[in-house]
Design a protein around this ligand. Structure first.
Ligand code: BES
Ligand code: ZN
Ligand code: ZN
Length: 465
């Protein structure tokens, strides 16, 4: 499907947005009313004889436009129309592109007979192409990077394991002119990344640390992005129940988001230096598996009592965070991880949990990025009392909390132990356990990986001063 920005075009069908007030004033009001169309949010109505697809919106916000476009594109793709057009302006162009590209996304890699759509061309019609050209290009790049992330998340654990993840990162580096450094287990041992290595020990696939660099000539800021890349999380010896294990191919979504952000940043040619660090590991069972009761000596020297091998993401991230802080003196450090089921309990399925010390990053930068991108972010507050729950009788810290409440926050507080004093105000942790994957469509997300993190982080990086 092609999407073009055009001045004026005759398409097979034109998409129009209507709210309740504008419906009554519309010249086709009678026909639409007869068809039962009430302009309710996310309702659509074809007027075939007029070549119109009416789309209901509650009011003219970008969230509403994106949402109804996601409904419209699915209907258009299963119709016999070959082309469709939308009137665009500076306010709605991004939302329309997101709705069309992300709402129309399909992952057909494992379908033997994927359904073919007749829809070939989407025309975005506007009076002044020059005025909208940049917004058009930017929205397309970010939406495609989000789809790239979704594709990786959706790939099966058989096909996407730590070595093939590293290969994919190398391929992106080659096509997008990024520097790429991959550490295998021998190098990880040398780096003393024993905590990360323990998690991957039972897997037949070698653990990999992926480091990609995007470095423009005179960057305004330096950013480190750290991603949890658990290509499969069986829980390890603290094995997950069968029903909780299904979908755990998505436990690499943090790493996939980081790759997607690198793709977007390099294609938008942003004026920031960005480093991606991905801990690609598989959490499995075998005679060689790491065990509850083990004490691990992490890269930073902090010793960790393993009380649950299913709290493995933090054991990978603590070493990757420590490595990243040694390698790069960043202005900002952001980690993305499907870290806890508890985050979903706290915020619901669709919202990313944000934790960290800097009020400015949280409340000024990230809330704006969330608003601008349409992603949902909720803040979970750290507090010293919860920190005590990570105490261990035998090591410096336990890998789990002693109480069942506030699990997303205690996981964030565990990571905080590995953030050096001078970096506390530069770091933010994003728990995307609820937002990275969905089995029921919502907004512009369809079944599978959502690409959570790519849109809001691209938005933040684009606006950096
Ligand atoms: N990958 C899971 C978290 C997760 C759960 C992500 C559901 C997406 C959907 C993580 O490794 C995990 O298993 N966490 C445990 C932590 C617990 C053992 C303290 C959890 O959330 O139950
Ligand atoms: Zn786990
Ligand atoms: Zn996990």
């Amino acid at each position: 499907m092609n999407i073009d920005l055009v001045r004026d075009i005759k398409s097979d069908i034109k998409v129009e947005f209507l709210d309740k007030a504008s419906l009554k004033e519309n010249k086709r009001y009678k026909k639409l009313k007869k068809a039962g169309f009430k302009a309710e949010q996310d309702s659509i109505c074809f007027l075939h004889e007029k070549s119109i697809l009416a789309c209901g919106i509650e009011d003219n916000t970008t969230d509403n436009i994106r949402s109804v476009c996601s409904v419209a594109i699915k209907a258009l793709k299963s119709s016999n129309y070959k082309s469709a057009s939308f009137d665009v302006d500076t306010k709605n162009i991004k939302a329309i592109i997101e709705g069309v590209v992300l709402g129309g996304y399909e992952f057909n890699e494992y379908k033997s007979k994927p359904t073919k759509s007749k829809l070939k061309n989407i025309y975005l019609a506007c009076g002044n192409i020059d005025k909208l050209k940049d917004s058009f290009q930017e929205a397309i790049v970010v939406a495609e990077a989000t789809c790239f992330t979704r594709d990786i998340v959706n790939t099966t654990p058989e096909d996407l394991n730590p070595p093939s993840f590293a290969k994919l990162a190398k391929k992106l580096a080659k096509s997008n002119n990024l520097k790429c450094n991959i550490l295998g287990e021998k190098a990880l041992k040398k780096e003393k990344m024993n905590s990360m290595l323990a998690v991957g020990r039972a897997s037949v696939h070698e653990s990999k640390l992926i480091h990609l660099t995007y470095k423009p000539k005179s960057p305004k800021k330096v950013i480190s992005l750290i991603g949890k890349g658990l290509t499969y999380d069986s829980g390890g010896l603290s094995l997950k129940p069968a029903t909780s294990m299904v979908t755990m191919k998505m436990d690499k979504a943090g790493g996939c988001a980081v790759l997607g952000i690198m793709k977007a940043v390099s294609e938008l040619k942003l004026d920031v230096e960005v480093h991606a660090f991905i801990g690609a590991v598989e959490n499995m069972v075998s005679g060689d598996a790491y065990k509850p009761d083990d004490v691990l000596v992490s890269r930073s020297g902090t010793t960790i009592e393993v009380r649950n091998t299913d709290a493995e993401g933090r054991l990978v991230l603590c070493d990757v965070l420590d490595y990243a802080q040694d390698k790069i003196d960043a202005d900002y450090m952001f980690d993305f991880a499907t870290l806890t089921g508890a985050c979903m309990v706290a915020l619901g399925q669709y919202t990313t949990g944000m934790m960290g010390h800097s009020t400015k990053i949280k409340h000024a930068f990230m809330m704006k990025a969330a608003q601008d991108s349409g992603e949902l972010i909720g803040h979970l507050p750290f507090n010293g009392h919860l920190k005590k729950l990570l105490k261990s009788g035998i090591a410096d810290t336990s890998n789990i909390s002693s109480k069942p409440y506030g699990g997303a926050i205690t996981a964030g507080l565990f990571l905080d132990k590995f953030i050096r004093e001078e970096n506390k105000d530069k770091w933010m942790h994003f728990d995307i356990a609820g937002s990275a994957y969905t089995e029921t469509p919502w907004d512009c997300n369809v079944y599978g990986g959502t690409g959570a993190g790519v849109r809001f982080m691209s938005s933040f990086l684009k606006d950096i001063k």
